[in-house]
Design a protein around this ligand. Structure first.
Ligand SMILES: [Zn+2]
Length: 79
C-alpha cells in the first residue's frame, strides 16, 4: 500500500514539475519577440554620440557608423 502511495505522489510531483516547465517555456517564447530587433536588421552604434540605430538608417563612413550625416561630419572635422 505504501508503495502505491509513493508512485502516486511521484506521478503528481512529475506532473506539477512538467506544468511549471511548460508555463516557463511559454512565457519565454512570448517575451522573446519584444526584445529582438527587427528581423535581419543589425543595430550599429553612432561613433559620435553612441546612439544605437538600425543599419538602414545609419550613415556609414569606412568601418564606422553614425546616426546622422551631421554626426559623421562632426566626427571627421578636426576640433
Ligand atoms: Zn550620433
Amino acid at each position: 500500500m505504501g508503495r502505491i502511495l509513493f508512485f502516486v505522489v511521484l506521478g503528481v510531483g512529475l506532473y506539477v514539475a512538467f506544468r511549471i516547465w511548460r508555463v516557463r517555456q511559454r512565457r519565454d517564447a512570448a517575451a522573446r519577440p519584444e526584445r529582438m530587433p527587427v528581423e535581419g536588421e543589425a543595430i550599429v552604434r553612432c561613433g559620435h554620440c553612441g546612439l544605437n540605430v538600425p543599419r538602414s538608417e545609419a550613415v556609414a563612413d569606412g568601418e564606422r557608423w553614425y546616426c546622422s550625416e551631421d554626426h559623421r561630419r562632426l566626427e571627421r572635422s578636426p576640433r
